[in-house]
Design a protein. Structure first.
Length: 104
């Protein structure tokens, strides 16, 4: 998981962890992008939902494709490990540092 987090820079573990403000901001950005692209009003909501899905896939650890086998997601990998080991595995948190980043 450390390699996955280092390589893909997820911001949250699951969709439920994303603050509502971040989702709404992404939704507004998608609407603006669709309108500026001249998309008809009747398809803008579908475009927004599609872009939100992509946002979730990029920023939620469990929805990301696993870096060593992009045919499965990290969530599927965790479920496989649970089945193989018989242990309940959960990812509750992670911390990712960037070189040059200031500590608070």
């Amino acid at each position: 998981m450390a390699l996955q987090i280092a390589a893909t820079s997820p911001r949250w573990i699951r969709v439920e962890d994303i603050p509502e403000a971040a989702i709404e901001e992404e939704r507004q950005n998608a609407r603006i992008w669709a309108r500026e692209g001249g998309k008809p009003e009747n398809v803008i909501e579908r475009i927004v939902e599609g872009r939100l899905g992509k946002f979730y896939d990029d920023n939620c650890l469990l929805r990301q494709p696993y870096i060593r086998d992009d045919e499965k997601t990290v969530d599927e990998l965790v479920k496989e490990m649970i089945a193989a080991t018989g242990e309940n595995i959960t990812i509750r948190r992670f911390v990712r540092w960037t070189v040059g980043e200031e500590l608070e």
